[in-house]
Design a protein around this ligand. Structure first.
Ligand code: NAD
Length: 353
């Protein structure tokens, strides 16, 4: 197994170190891997002038999976758009055709108080959001800002081909099949033709999955239902822009973005695995960042790319144990628990393994 490691910026290197230590601790148990590190994001801009250098692209293409920390920071915010760290992320997703973004939002019982919602609304929450990642209005052409009638006009294009909808739909139906067998497709078909096609294709596809119950919801209602009664959902599938917003909303139901992993897969389950949060420049270098989202991303990598369910479950169980034992980084700390730093959290997970 060849893993391309991209620590990135801000807290990226700190949290990545812990994820690699956890993977190292699993070595030998029918499990071995080779890891090679490269630059992405702001650190890549500083070293090479571009957020996604050729050497990184080469390594990412040759690896089986990519484990990424986070990119970005205020020192790169004023660069031309093409050189911004986030462009590196868009480039790698597009180049590797990572069209399926899987974001679980799980609320561990021990963290029910960390949510801003009432514990009875969120306790036991376990949702998977499947977001299409390489199409939609984020990539559609034409796009730009032009002069028209003496003023500036901004424009973007929302576009989905049937084949793009079908392939993300398949990923979502398959995921639902492995979980609670309920899939909610989110669109805005009452206003946008593009998402009418989305709904039509989802309905056609459902004929192949009679064991999965398909429902539909308009995105504005979905945003409301996620805070009103989030436990009604099992798997949700949606386009790139709606998924961007809804998956962040769902992540906050769980209290801390520091807990949430994600996977972005291609058609052959090659994947890029990363925490859902950003580079947290406000706490970078202080050794206080929560590494659990990155550690859980490594578990997703074992499950989805390498089909290694047992070690994936071992990591997830170790994380549960550590939380049950009261270990907390600052973002999830509450009185009566044991506050630890990034490395100590890594130590605790390894001990629990
Ligand atoms: P952020 O997710 O980096 O931080 C938001 C808040 O959450 C901050 O207070 C931060 O300290 C906290 N936080 C985030 N991760 C944490 C962790 N693991 N442990 C403890 N606390 C954590 O979002 P932001 O502040 O909006 O963005 C900062 C930079 O990250 C920006 O440059 C942005 O563009 C970039 N970003 C990158 C990604 C990515 O790499 N995938 C995603 C989002 C934002």
């Amino acid at each position: 197994m060849k893993i391309c490691v991209l620590p990135g910026d801000g807290i990226g290197p700190e949290i990545m170190e812990q994820a690699l230590r956890v993977l190292d601790a699993l070595r030998g148990d029918g499990f071995s891997f080779e890891a090679e590190t490269a630059l992405i994001g702001g650190c890549a801009v500083d070293a090479t002038g571009t957020p996604y250098p050729e050497a990184t692209s080469k390594l990412a293409k040759s690896a089986d999976a990519i484990l990424l920390g986070a990119v970005g920071g205020p020192q790169w915010d004023n660069l031309p758009r093409e050189q911004r760290p986030e462009r590196g992320l868009l480039a790698i997703r597009k180049e590797l055709n990572l069209f399926a973004n899987l974001r679980p939002a799980i609320l561990y019982p021990e963290l029910a108080n960390a949510s801003t919602l009432k514990p009875e609304i969120v306790a036991g929450l376990d949702i998977l959001i499947v977001r299409e990642l390489t199409g939609d209005i984020y990539f559609g052409q034409p796009r730009g800002i032009r002069e028209e009638g003496g003023e500036r006009v901004g424009f973007n294009t929302m576009v989905y081909a049937e084949s793009e909808i079908r392939r993300i739909g398949k990923v979502a139906f398959e995921a639902a099949r492995k979980r609670g067998k309920r899939l909610c497709s989110v669109d805005k078909m009452n206003v946008l033709e593009c998402t009418q096609l989305w709904r039509d294709v989802m309905i056609e596809l459902s004929a192949d999955y009679p064991d999965v119950e398909l429902s539909h919801m308009l995105v504005d209602n979905a945003a409301m239902q996620l805070v009103r009664a989030p436990k009604q959902f099992d798997v949700m599938v949606t386009g790139n822009m709606f998924g961007d917003i809804l998956s962040d909303e769902a992540s906050m139901l769980t209290g801390s973005i520091g807990m949430l992993p994600s996977a972005s897969l291609d058609a052959n389950n090659k994947g890029l695995y990363e925490p859902s949060h950003g580079s947290a420049p406000d706490i970078a270098g202080k050794g206080v960042a929560n590494p659990l989202a990155t550690i859980l991303s490594a578990a997703m990598m074992l499950r989805y790319t390498f089909s290694l369910e047992a070690p994936a479950v071992r990591i997830e169980s170790a994380v549960k144990k550590v939380l049950a034992a009261g270990y907390r980084t600052g973002d999830i700390y509450e009185a009566g628990t044991h506050r630890v730093g990034t490395r100590e959290m890594g130590d605790a997970v390894i001990a629990a393994l």
